[in-house]
Design a protein around this ligand. Structure first.
Ligand SMILES: NC(=O)c1ccc[n+]([C@@H]2O[C@H](COP(=O)([O-])OP(=O)(O)OC[C@H]3O[C@@H](n4cnc5c(N)ncnc54)[C@H](O)[C@@H]3O)[C@@H](O)[C@H]2O)c1
Length: 389
């Protein structure tokens, strides 16, 4: 990436304010790094904790210019300033995404929000309506869509290299909650263990929405019906740590979905297989620079970032020459950088590069929450086939 399209369009970088991501948050630092990697944003303001004193300390610790003690106060103040933030990134516990996204959109900010978009389908639809009414850009950080080889997979499907998609398998298997002691329920549970704050299903909110989004993004088809079991593997746990499901897609394709955080020893195995009439692609997040392509009746091939056969959508997502690994940070940054192009184009009244419009949006968020709700309904109904949405 030699040029900076944001400076070309606006004469400056986008000004970013963040809500959440204070000490102890894994994803806060990822957002801030992703925003800076391609130099399209400058971080100008933030509120990094729900506690005003801790927010001041956390903002000062990362060298923020304008540190605020509460989110709505920050939105009001930044909206008033001539040099106020353009974009607000939300990385707080799930139950606050809805209120902060709507408050930011109503004050004229473009929004980047972590997943799940909200905890309920009704709230997700409200955010979607506000995005439409405001005309602002809304980017949902399903960051796995930003990996070069995920983009290559999507482009190969679109290019017809797999023929018609017929079968999809996705798994997102982690072990982080296999040996973990659950919190003492006599005290206030951490937000993830509280269904009001974390949402109706821990595993589905944490990683199920990522797996569902990845399938839709790569295969270019939607889940119409689901037959699911959602529950827990670790004894006496009150939140969900696994979900398994069969899927029926809108083009007639069939699929399977398997997500858990209770697989002892596994780290972060997000894996996808898409089979069409002409061949199959396979990708795994732990080896992200390799996309396997198995064409019907011909030897298998490996695609790599900027290697032979790279399609334009994947090429723009790779920063360095073939053979130099790129991973989580770069994939996250691709989502941020594409959103920046859409935001700057909107502000400059210019048409964005269509290839920049591959970041997940509010519609993807609504479909993700609809899928979670349908899977839970199906499971409660003994695994019956259940319509999504
Ligand atoms: N994209 C991904 O891969 C990914 C990975 C992890 C988490 N997430 C999402 O990011 C969000 C946060 O998860 P986490 O793991 O960082 O949680 P966390 O509990 O580790 O951190 C949350 C942070 O937000 C701050 N915070 C809470 N309420 C706030 C408020 N009202 N105003 C300002 N700051 C506030 C807390 O002080 C804390 O620093 C969740 O929605 C989660 O689903 C996404």
């Amino acid at each position: 990436m030699d040029s900076n399209p944001i400076i070309e369009l606006l004469g400056r970088r986008l000004r970013l304010a963040v809500i959440g991501g204070g000490p102890g948050s894994f994803i806060g630092a990822m957002h801030r790094t992703a925003a800076r990697l391609d130099d399209r944003y400058e971080l100008v303001a933030g509120v990094l904790s729900s506690d005003a004193e801790r927010a001041q300390a956390a903002g000062a610790a990362i060298g923020l210019d304008r540190v605020y003690g509460d989110a709505v106060g920050m939105l009001d103040a930044e909206a008033e300033r001539a040099d106020g933030a353009d974009v607000v990134a939300i990385m707080t516990p799930n139950d606050s995404h809805h209120a902060y996204a709507i408050a930011a959109l109503r004050r004229g900010f473009d929004v980047i929000c972590d997943k799940p978009i909200t905890n309920t389908l009704a709230e997700a639809r409200e955010v979607q309506s506000e995005v439409e009414a405001s005309g602002r850009v809304f980017c949902l950080t399903h960051n796995y869509t930003g990996y070069p080889m995920v983009r290559q997979a999507r482009a190969m499907v679109e290019d017809g290299q797999l023929g018609t998609v017929q079968l999809v398998q996705v798994e997102y298997v982690q072990g982080g909650k296999a040996g973990e002691r659950d919190p003492d329920l006599d005290g206030a549970p951490p937000w993830r263990y509280d269904p009001v704050r974390g949402g109706p299903s821990l595993v589905m909110g944490d990683i199920g929405t990522h797996a569902h989004n990845l399938v839709r993004y790569v295969a270019g088809i939607d889940v119409d019906e689901v037959a699911a079991e959602v529950g827990h593997i670790v004894a006496n746990r009150l939140v969900d740590d696994y979900a398994g499901a069969m899927l029926r897609f809108d083009n007639g394709a069939r699929g399977s979905f398997w997500v858990t955080q209770a697989a002892a020893g596994v780290e972060n195995c997000l894996r996808l297989r898409v089979s069409g009439t002409e061949g199959t692609i396979e990708w795994m997040q732990e080896t992200p620079t390799q996309l396997t392509f198995k064409p019907l009746g011909a030897p298998g091939q490996i695609r790599t970032p900027n290697g032979p056969g790279t399609l334009p959508l994947a090429a723009r997502a790779s920063r360095i020459v073939a053979g130099h690994p790129e991973g989580f940070h770069e994939g996250f940054a691709n989502v941020y950088s594409d959103a920046a192009e859409a935001i700057a184009s909107r502000r400059a009244g210019a048409a964005p590069d269509p290839l920049a419009l591959h970041f997940p949006n509010a519609d993807d968020g609504v479909r993700g929450v609809a899928f979670v709700e349908a899977a839970i309904r199906s499971s409660a109904d003994g695994g019956a086939w259940t319509r999504v949405g």
